[in-house]
Design a binder for this molecule. Structure first.
Ligand code: UTP
Length: 297
């Protein structure tokens, strides 16, 4: 029987240079889509998938991220005194159970693979999930939950996959597909950021993974890959020949690349429009500026 996935790693030790100067003092993961920080979306998705242990790989300057999950007794007392029950209830959804969160420090930004490896002792010999909070995925069923359900059927290693425009392959890990089963593909190779001419497909790896603990052992042996970083892709690719194999899962949902300014802005608009309290005003505003732009043309 496939072992249940109850642990997730959130690698949040990157420097977030694309959001400078904001990220000089604000961790990227604390930046908000409407009124919820990116990390809250990631935590909610993990909870929905049955995750019980949340492991953050952090770095210098991420204190605000750690504070975010603490209770806020003063604030709660004030809201209670003022009878603001709705706000209190909403705050409670951000509280984490004592002992459910662990923080591990990545001392040097040596890449995503290295960040995941830093959490190896907390994972031990269990399968685990990895969530990159920059990739925000809106969908009826949360992406990791879809993957956990598929994983319970197949086992193996699983990466979230999405078709991208061919000219964009050089921004992603790309799958070389052995067998296409529709929502799932069996993988025979993975290439990090290939140019369009050599890309084996346009099926890109997105920031959700379910991995077997042997990937952590592989990380001991992989050389520095593209960009001098220790690539998670290389350690996963080393599993392709194993009995478990590697699968790409075509999730249902819309993915926003919130690590980029343009993706972040698109997500802000999409999440704003999805909110009952904001939809009317925001769509009227968008409509106005689009028609003004058209008039100016
Ligand atoms: P990115 O490639 O987006 O890097 O990392 P970044 O530093 O966050 O942002 P930019 O490119 O400088 O703007 C993808 C994910 O991997 C984590 C990041 O925190 C992010 O969640 N990461 C990356 C680490 O935890 N450690 C690293 O050494 C590199």
């Amino acid at each position: 029987m496939t072992r249940k996935v109850t642990k997730a790693i959130f690698p949040v030790a990157g420097m977030g240079t694309r959001f400078l100067p904001a990220t000089k003092s604000v961790p990227k993961e604390i930046m908000t889509l409407v009124d919820r920080p990116l990390i809250q979306y990631a935590i909610d998705e993990a909870r929905a998938a049955g995750i019980k242990e949340f492991i953050f790989v952090t770095s210098r300057g991420k204190g605000a991220l750690e504070d975010y999950f603490d209770h806020a007794p003063q604030l709660e007392a004030q809201l209670r005194a003022k009878g603001k029950t709705k706000l209190l209830e909403m705050l409670e959804t951000t509280n984490m159970e004592s002992g459910a969160i662990a923080y591990i420090r990545q001392h040097k930004a040596l890449g995503l693979g290295h960040a995941v490896w830093c959490a190896r002792r907390l994972i031990a010999d269990e399968p685990f999930a990895v969530i990159l909070p920059d990739d925000v995925i809106a969908g009826e069923k949360p992406c990791l939950q879809q993957m956990v359900e598929a994983y319970e059927e197949t086992g193996g290693n699983m990466v979230a996959a999405m078709e991208v425009a061919p000219e964009k392959t050089s921004s992603y890990g790309i799958l070389d597909v052995e067998t296409d089963m529709g929502s799932m593909v069996r993988v025979r190779g993975m290439v990090e950021k290939p140019p369009v001419e050599t890309a084996p497909s346009n099926l890109a790896v997105i920031g959700r993974y379910i991995l077997s603990p042997t990937v952590l052992e592989n990380l001991n042996n992989v050389d520095r890959g593209a960009g001098g970083e220790i690539q998670l892709t290389d350690a996963i690719a080393a599993e392709i020949q194993s009995d478990k194999g590697v699968y790409g899962y075509r999730f249902k949902g819309q993915r926003f690349d919130c690590g980029s300014k343009s993706g972040f802005l698109q997500a802000t608009v999409a999440f704003g429009l999805a909110r009952d309290d904001l939809r009317e005003d925001l769509s009227a505003y968008l409509h106005d500026i689009v028609s003004m732009g058209k008039a100016a043309e």
